[in-house]
Design a protein around this ligand. Structure first.
Ligand SMILES: [Zn+2]
Length: 297
């Protein structure tokens, strides 16, 4: 029997919302975007990377437009590399010490940023988004947060590699005058919870497999994901979710990639969902704002 995947996603989200605790200040929607340069990680194909990068920029411009038009905040979890306006090339060797089947990692050395051209946002706009990030900061509609520097799987490398990467990510955020506060795991591979507190990271986002919407580990608050990209494409299903969210006064965490807004139909759907959530008087928060709200109650 064929099971409609979108319907299965809907059922999972509704079940998860029913399980969530009610919030004194709820209902709340957290919308975040994972911003990556397509040359981050161990990608080898520069033409494919350029094509993705071009779509990324259009998606990024659209999400900035939507945040401004509807006056709603988003959290942008960006790799440090994508935050740059220029670089001199970051090719480096990363040692993976733990295998992972899903993403095809074996133990051994990987060359990271292999096709990094060492260029800038004018000559290689597909790979550097520092100019668009500046725009997002200027509109004041977003929290810019960390998605690592190089998109390294933190749980598969040793502590030193993860921590050095985190430090570089924090430095890249400082170039935009931002102190790192929240973090989303590359590949959603969560781990190394003990390194975050000492670097000022107070909130991390993990995958949808977690049971609780909010939990704590090593003094760090952990927020789960309920929906990724457009796993639910029916506006009717989205209305069901928003209605339950509003009734239960709880939390929904939805993350996307800018490239998902490249398709005009998906961008229109995104705007319809935002309008519906706003009409239901659901509060839009960034990760940092949610953290502050939890501390106050
Ligand atoms: Zn670079």
């Amino acid at each position: 029997m064929m099971i409609d995947r979108s319907y299965k996603s809907l059922m999972e989200v509704l079940a998860s919302l029913l399980l969530n605790r009610s919030l004194d200040f709820g209902p709340v929607i957290l919308i975040s975007f994972d911003v990556e340069s397509p040359i981050d990680s161990y990608i080898r194909e520069i033409d494919t990377a350029k094509n993705i990068g071009h779509k990324n920029r259009i998606g990024l411009a659209r999400l900035i437009e939507a945040a401004s038009d509807y006056e709603v905040p988003f959290t942008l979890f960006s790799t440090g590399h994508a935050l740059l306006k220029e670089c001199r090339g970051h090719k480096s060797v990363i040692r993976i010490i733990k295998r992972n089947r899903k993403y095809g990692f074996r133990a051994g050395e990987y060359v990271w940023h292999l096709v990094d051209p060492g260029s800038n946002y004018v000559e290689s706009p597909e790979f550097y988004y520092g100019d668009l990030i500046e725009e997002a900061v200027k509109f004041g509609v977003s929290e810019i947060a960390s998605h690592s520097f190089s998109h390294i799987p933190y749980s598969l490398v040793d502590d030193e590699v993860a921590e050095n990467d985190l430090k570089r990510s924090i430095e890249a955020l400082r170039l935009h005058g931002i102190e790192a506060f929240s973090f989303a795991f590359p590949f959603n591979l969560a781990g190394k919870f003990h390194i975050f507190q000492k670097h000022g990271i107070k909130m991390v986002r993990i995958s949808h497999r977690a049971l609780w919407a909010i939990s704590y580990r090593n003094g760090t608050a952990i927020v789960k994901t309920h929906i990724t990209d457009f796993s639910i494409t029916s506006l009717k299903h989205w209305r069901k979710i928003a209605d339950l969210l509003s009734k239960k006064k709880t939390l929904l965490s939805w993350y996307l990639h800018p490239v998902s807004l490249y398709d005009e139909n998906m961008f229109n759907l995104f705007k319809e969902i935002i309008k519906y959530l706003k009409n239901k008087e659901i509060t839009f928060l960034t990760f940092r704002e949610l953290y502050d709200a939890i501390q106050l109650t």
